[in-house]
Design a protein around this ligand. Structure first.
Ligand code: FMN
Length: 248
């Protein structure tokens, strides 16, 4: 299979076989993560690999029971703790405990994560990202024993697939890519770009089952409503401040 075919056959997997991931396979996958480009080649991230069944079960609970059959959870964290420790040993400043490096570390962790996911899929494994790492950050950080300066930002559930779901839809390229400069969308553009999404049978079924007026209402009223977004944002900001990453 070409890389292009591999990437374009992606679908998230949420149900897994009860079969562990071979350690040599996991090591190859993690090496692919490490090879990703990263800010200043400083690798301001750590990856917590959870594979012991009891620990997977505890972590899954903190992700609201999601992907409980996964063989592994990988939690990618922004980590200035390790870098600062090195700086300290070399008698240097510790200048990375701020918002810029929270962002840079998040970008780096994301790039590593996506390399990991593509490598895992090439090895016949399935993956699902779990955004709930940002909903329950403090409890997850406590569970994983994270010190100050380490903020979990991405979770990947991984294992041998026990399902082969239909691929989800994507917006057409012309709805996302702007040639040379940003061209703001007219109402007609928005209608055209979202048609594929609104006509996708799975989405139409969701609208029908939830008795909502349209798909946008599913997102704004049910899946990610403002009230939840604000509460989760505030908890996340508190955690980031507590972890010492918002110094000026
Ligand atoms: C940052 C991020 C967070 C996500 N969080 C969740 C999650 O908490 N639960 C879940 O079932 N899927 C989650 N997903 C998977 C998305 O729902 C999925 O990628 C999207 O619906 C497209 O489907 P596909 O991956 O099958 O193409 C997440 C994906 C990303 C990138």
């Amino acid at each position: 299979m070409t890389t292009n075919d591999l990437i374009n056959s992606h679908r998230s997997i949420r149900r897994f076989q009860s079969r562990p991931i071979e350690s040599d396979k996991m090591e190859r996958i993690l090496q692919c993560g490490m090879r990703a480009s990263n800010t200043g080649n400083m690798q301001i991230y750590s990856i917590i690999l959870t594979q012991q069944p009891d620990n997977v079960a505890s972590l899954s609970k903190l992700h609201f029971g999601q992907c409980s059959s996964a063989a592994a959870f990988l939690t990618l964290c922004v980590d200035v703790n390790r870098y600062h420790h090195w700086c300290r040993l070399r008698g240097c400043d510790e200048p990375y405990d701020n918002f810029l490096w929270l962002m840079s570390g998040t970008v780096d962790a994301s790039l590593a994560a996506q390399n990991i996911c593509v490598a895992a899929e090439e090895e016949g494994l399935g993956i699902c990202y779990l955004g709930t790492v940002m909903y329950n950050t403090k409890a997850i950080a406590d569970e994983l024993g994270l010190p100050r300066g380490v903020v979990p930002v991405i979770t990947i559930a991984m294992g041998y697939p026990d399902e082969q779901p239909q691929q989800s839809e994507r917006l057409p390229l012309e709805g996302v890519v702007h040639q040379e400069k940003y061209h703001d969308y007219s109402d007609d553009d928005i209608e055209r770009v979202h048609r594929i999404r609104e006509e996708f049978p799975f989405n139409q079924e969701m609208v029908r089952q939830n008795k909502t007026r349209n798909l946008a209402e599913i997102f704004t009223q049910i899946r990610y409503p403002k009230k939840d977004n604000v509460a989760i944002s505030n908890a996340l900001l508190d955690f980031v401040a507590e972890s010492g990453m918002m110094n000026q």
